[in-house]
Ligand binder design. Structure first.
Ligand SMILES: [Ca+2]
Ligand SMILES: [Ca+2]
Ligand SMILES: [Ca+2]
Length: 304
């Protein structure tokens, strides 16, 4: 019998999008159909989605809602009993708790994930409401363009119930860079106070972590980060409608370009980055790309 990974590789071969990753992971079957790790690895699969739910990101939630069943099926074809988590963020984050296992942190099928994607799009994306504030939190928040992916990633590393024998993958989507402690995402004018009430209203959304701390937690957890982010600067009419802390030329920092002289997060975790604009225009399939990286990561510990 063929290794299930090999069979899935055949099934996926036609539909995979391009990857910019340059790791040494080799999921290609050998000429005799064997894989480099066949017969020794008994991993399960844990995938955590870390998703920017700010106003420009609704298309990712919609596409995931439509395509997540294919991801769940493909992961379970690689190894039975795949687990999925969801952490949503804007200027703060929330660890989704609507799954059936581990106090809601773990999803096992597409239906509960679809309900969750729809919920965050409706209640948070469409209202500029920060996920950590809950469904009745203030609206029209988010006074600067940068989004708090860093603290959401730190939560993924430390607060998701990763299984000991799991191949661990984070799928992150965002269209901007992030800030580090001690900056504050709610401090629009960077005066150290969060008291301005004119639009876009200030609020107290301090960054809790640094890039160094976050990457350290991810690497300690053997968690690969695959990001979908913008590779090119948006045109003037596609830009975030508020001010920002860092220049527009920095929106790729941390994903495909260094952040304050530190290599990008996908590079530091043996993951990869894909072009979010290709997802938006329909030329890159989220599900095919996610299935590809899960397959390539399976039973191949990150090379750090
Ligand atoms: Ca945004
Ligand atoms: Ca923001
Ligand atoms: Ca201020």
């Amino acid at each position: 019998m063929q290794h299930p990974k090999f069979l899935l590789a055949l099934a996926l071969a036609a539909g995979c999008g391009p990857s910019t990753r340059g790791s040494g992971v080799d999921a290609n079957p050998g000429q005799d159909g064997s894989t480099v790790d066949s017969g020794v690895c008994e991993d399960v699969i844990d995938v955590v989605f870390v998703l920017d739910t700010s106003s420009s990101m609704g298309f990712v939630l919609s596409q995931l809602e439509a395509q997540i069943a294919q991801v769940v099926t493909a992961s379970n074809a690689v190894a039975a009993n795949a687990h999925f988590g969801l952490i949503v963020f804007q200027d703060n984050h929330f660890i989704d708790n609507t799954g059936p296992l581990d106090a809601g942190k773990v999803h096992t099928d597409a239906a509960s994930l679809q309900t969750a994607f729809r919920h965050y799009r409706t209640v948070f994306t469409n209202a500029d409401r920060n996920p950590g504030d809950g469904a009745t939190g203030p609206t029209t928040q988010n006074p600067i363009c940068e989004e708090n992916s860093l603290d959401a990633l730190y939560a993924a590393a430390g607060s998701f119930p990763w299984r000991t024998n799991a191949t661990r993958v984070v799928i992150l989507a965002t269209d901007d860079t992030f800030l580090e402690r001690p900056d504050n995402y709610g401090d629009r004018d960077n005066d150290g106070l969060t008291n301005k009430t004119d639009y876009p209203r200030e609020g107290n959304y301090p960054a809790a972590r640094t890039l160094l701390e976050t990457v350290g937690a991810l690497r300690d957890g053997r968690i690969r980060v695959f990001s979908f982010s913008r590779i090119t600067q948006p045109g003037i009419f596609e830009r975030c409608g508020t001010g920002r802390r860092l220049p527009w030329t920095d929106i790729t920092d941390g994903w495909t370009t260094p952040y304050a002289n530190q290599p990008p997060i996908p590079t530091q975790t043996d993951g990869g980055n894909f072009d979010l604009d290709q997802v938006k225009n329909g030329s890159l399939s989220l599900s095919a790309t996610i299935n590809q990286v899960v397959l390539e990561s399976f039973c191949s510990p990150p090379i750090l």
